[in-house]
Design a protein around this ligand. Sequence first.
Ligand code: 8GT
Ligand code: MN
Ligand code: MN
Length: 337
Amino acid sequence: MSKRKAPDNADNLNSDLSDFLIELANYERNVSKNIYKYNAYRKAAGTLAALSYRVKNGEEAKKLPGVGEKIAKKIDEFLQTGKLQKLEKINADGISAPINLMTRVSGIGPSKAKELVDAGIKTLEDLRKNQDKLTHHQKIGLKYFQDFEQKIPREEVRRLETSLKSVIANLDKEYILTICGSYRRGKDESGDIDVLITHPKFTSESMDAKNKGGMLKNIVKHLEKEGIITETISIGNTKFMGVCRDPAESSKPFRRLDIRVTPSDHYYCAVLYFTGSDLFNKNMRAHALKKKFTLNEYTLKHLTLEGLPGNAELITSEEDIFSKLGLPYKKPEERNS
Ligand code: 8GT
Ligand code: MN
Ligand code: MN
């Protein structure tokens, strides 16, 4: 995954408000570790960022989805004073800012960030001197800190898609490669590149963990040989995390690359999952449970009366998943929240 950022709506008329809400959200996630509040602030920020008009006061904001009494009050305080007491305090406490900074390093989560700050490690400079305290992933996150903070323009993902497709077609013409994530949702910029690969002859029946692992390792080996993959963060049987850059574009930053391989009978559940957004996935799974189904990145299954998953439904398109759940189909571009 990549770290969640503020909604990137260029013509956000409430950007000052959605920005302070995102700051509060990050504080809740990184310092308080209160995911409930984190999600609440994020939802409110998303609502405000998507508005086509400027919010005038808290009272008005309270009518919007995800904005309650407390957030409305903060909006009033911010509109009247240009700042927020709570954020002023947070920024002056000496630990919240460095904890937030540490979590911007790929691979460092809130717990690790706190551990580092408690040990007096508060800057990137400090981190560089204490690499013995970091995992392989975190060291790579530090090495490419500036690169990974830069968003990837859609055009660059599109060109990389072409390169990736041509390399893996040389391995086997039948491979199917789909770039999912924010790119598939039509975003102008992405935080990383999420690649899903399947093959019509590989099914969950015909392919055991070792087969899949062999397939993924072979693909990665070839992408390394072509100079596209430059580092491996981790690689298992179905999931690769690493770093890439198209050798034809060596002036560009290095990019975070995620690759998943999936058997073809799991492909559409995998595409749905890997396309996200994560919030959209969460809501869809919750809806599935209400309809007595369980949905994950592999399959859609009916729940029995005892609440146990039954046999996997036959799924031959993303539309199938929506219709079996009694939902109108949503195109990837409509799955941004
Ligand atoms: P981005 O432009 O910031 O990369 O936005 P994104 O493409 O929507 O986010 P992502 O973090 O790359 O995740 C894309 C999808 O991959 C998510 O919707 C989620 O279903 C799936 N996903 C993983 N691993 C993880 C993970 O560790 N955390 C999260 N949040 N999502 C994950 O495959
Ligand atoms: Mn990702
Ligand atoms: Mn992504």
